[in-house]
Ligand binder design. Structure first.
Ligand SMILES: *Cc1c(COP(=O)(O)O)cnc(C)c1O
Ligand SMILES: [Zn+2]
Length: 437
């Protein structure tokens, strides 16, 4: 008699199950999306808020990590020594300053800044889970398609684990900070003539063909790590559940992870009610939104266009899992224009907090949902900032120099230039007009 396993991989399409230690990340039978299914009854006696809280002072790996502090819910039973971690997570939860709060129109808004992870985006939370599994199943090379942040993260964790990272980038705008990271950390960087969706499709064909381990968010171990964003923010709030959690949606891995994490917490009795999730897409990359407004009569896809490159995805891989999140949380989907995104970003940046364009979609989304009366201004809202302000310096500078094509720089902060004389400084201080360029 073998023991009942604590967790299995189960296909979302056909229900077929795999062992957690099998070298698979899509269904071996039908190719469907796999879900890590934890036996919550077996898990129940092993988890508690007290246990998770007791690890908050840890200084050593793996429990100093904001992912592995919740190990029992992420990868139960894994040996501590097998975990590949950079102490990810432990990111700030900011009460928004008054000026930003009044711009958004929210009375109780806070921002969870996932740009404060080791490589500057939430992808690190997923990557520590994915790479740990990759090493467990003895992978020697790992591959992802990426708009930039997944590659930056994977390149770092692959180097740390001593395996070769290989990245397929879409042709055209990858933000400078992200590309620089992937090159610096030693990944092999490849441009694929096509968009992100074409790159991901190629990755999904190439990995089984050439025996390379896949680290996109179709990999269910990534989502197990990413769901700790929600666990950590609840812990930071002393486990008080907010009314809303708002996040940007691209490939919809994070949206999927949030719903799964919340569902498990609720089932385990660690929270007494579910918050509502709002997924925000960029207008030009909004297939999930389009399906949502039609009551999910069909699954849309589109050719994606948006300045927020991290969510420039036309055929989200985790579509059905994200739909499940909406069902679990009575969730909503909204879309925002690039103009709304860059202005929200300028406001977040000028509050001293800063984020990359895709992250600002969540703040633009809160503003819009309040305007529409979907979120009440007195409700308790947490919006997720997914990436760091330094990820995309070109968009920052071009916005403030009024060089973003087709967009208005509503809150531009111009540079000034002066001669090296005290008179010029005096004129500057007196507020006299000094030349901008
Ligand atoms: C990956 C990413 C997203 C989108 O997350 P999905 O899981 O693909 O929906 C949003 N913002 C940033 C900064 C990202 O790196
Ligand atoms: Zn299947």
């Amino acid at each position: 008699m073998t023991q009942k396993p604590m967790s299995v991989l189960r296909c979302m399409e056909c229900g077929h199950t795999h062992d957690l230690n099998d070298p698979v990340y899509v269904c071996g039978k039908c190719g469907g999306l796999l879900d890590v299914v934890h036996d919550l009854e077996l898990l129940q006696p092993l988890v508690s808020k007290a246990l998770f809280d007791s690890r908050l002072g840890e200084v050593e790996p793996p429990y100093n990590s904001g992912v592995w502090r919740f190990k029992e819910l992420v990868f139960p039973g894994i040996a501590d020594e097998a975990i590949i971690t950079r102490g990810e997570g432990n990111t700030g939860l900011y009460r928004v300053p008054p000026k930003l709060a009044s711009w958004v129109g929210a009375e109780r808004l806070s921002l969870k800044h996932e740009g404060e992870n080791p490589t500057g985006s939430f992808k690190d939370r997923g990557m520590t889970g994915g790479i740990t599994h990759a090493i467990l199943v003895k992978a020697t090379a790992v591959l992802c398609a990426s708009t930039g942040n997944t590659s930056a993260s994977m390149a770092s964790y692959a180097a740390l684990a001593g395996v070769q990272g290989l990245v397929f980038f879409p042709d055209g705008n990858v933000a400078a900070g992200k590309l620089a990271q992937s090159i610096a950390y030693g990944a092999i960087n490849v441009r694929v003539r096509g968009d992100f969706d074409a790159s991901l499709s190629l990755v999904r064909q190439a990995c089984p063909e050439f025996g390379i381990y896949l680290l996109n968010s179709v990999n269910p171990f990534r989502l197990e790590g990413q769901k700790t964003i929600v666990l950590e923010l609840l812990q930071q709030r002393k486990w008080r559940v907010p009314d809303w959690i708002v996040l940007p949606g691209g490939n919809l891995g994070n949206s999927s992870a949030f719903g799964k994490g919340l569902y498990e917490l609720h089932q385990l009795g660690l929270i007494d009610r579910m918050p509502r999730i709002a997924v925000i897409q960029a207008e030009g990359a909004s297939p999930f939104y389009q399906s949502y407004v039609e009551g999910f009569k069909e699954r849309h896809s589109m050719k994606a266009h948006t300045i927020a490159t991290a969510i420039k995805i036309g055929n989200p891989a985790s579509f059905i899992k994200a739909k499940r999140t909406l069902d679990y949380t009575n969730g909503v989907v909204e879309s925002v224009s690039d103009q709304e995104i860059v202005d929200a970003k300028a406001m977040v940046d000028q509050a001293g907090i800063g984020c990359e364009p895709a992250s600002a979609a969540s703040v633009a989304g809160v503003r819009k949902l309040i305007e529409k009366g979907v979120i009440d201004k007195s409700e308790d809202v947490v919006a997720i900032l997914t990436g760091h302000v330094l990820k995309d310096p070109d968009t920052v500078i071009n916005y403030h120099e009024e060089k973003l094509e087709g967009l208005t720089s509503t809150y531009a902060n111009h540079q000034r230039i002066i001669d090296p004389t005290l008179e010029s400084v005096e004129a500057l201080i007196r507020g006299e007009k000094v030349s901008i360029h």
